[in-house]
Design a protein. Structure first.
Length: 194
């Protein structure tokens, strides 16, 4: 079965919009997975913060129902996650300092894509998406927000090699696909009856 990997930004967005149940239907078509770091970021840590507890409980339910699966990276792919993070965070320099673009969760998500040879990454976080899809566009975007950036072309090429072949989908695109495939029909029918 093909795998679809989610990062914290996308899974939290889906939960906030009360669409977590689409995972039930989607999980029949593909294995929906997150790395352990994303589980921590979207469930374990937010469960202790009143404002984020409900979303965390919704995501936790998806894990308990086995619509979503949390996977520990192998040692080899934990090393890849570290390499991805270090490379990404040294692609651009501001005031003679590296500009931090990604955190552990995004790095582990990208490494899990490689570990599983997954079909798609669902991610809303702009910097990581643009690192994969359009790193030069990311440089332009960042310069428009914070000023002059010095790119490290060698690191950019290394990162492009590390991330080659990753396909990106945003949570809104996934929800639209779920609607087109009829995965929301049951929920829509319940709403009509109310």
């Amino acid at each position: 079965m093909n795998s679809i990997v989610f990062d914290s930004s996308s899974i939290i967005s889906i939960s906030e919009k009360c669409f977590i149940k689409i995972f039930q239907s989607l999980s029949r078509k593909a294995e929906l997975v997150i790395p352990k770091r994303v589980e921590f970021e979207s469930i374990t840590h937010p469960l202790h913060i009143k404002a984020f507890e409900l979303n965390a409980l919704r995501i936790q339910m998806a894990l308990k129902e086995k619509w979503l699966k949390s996977i520990q990276l192998t040692p080899e792919f934990l090393q890849l996650a570290l390499r991805i993070k270090e490379t990404a965070n040294s692609c651009f320099w501001i005031n003679e300092r590296p500009f931090v673009l990604i955190q552990d969760g995004e790095a582990e998500t990208l490494a899990l894509m490689k570990q599983l040879n997954a079909r798609m990454l669902v991610i809303d976080e702009r910097n990581t998406r643009m690192l994969v899809e359009d790193i030069k566009g990311l440089q332009t975007y960042l310069e428009s927000k914070i000023g002059r950036i010095i790119p490290d072309e060698k690191k950019i090429r290394q990162l492009q090699d590390l991330l080659a072949g990753i396909k990106i989908c945003r949570s809104t695109e996934l929800i639209a696909l779920a609607f087109e495939q009829g995965f929301l029909d049951e929920e829509l029918e319940k709403s009509r009856e109310s």
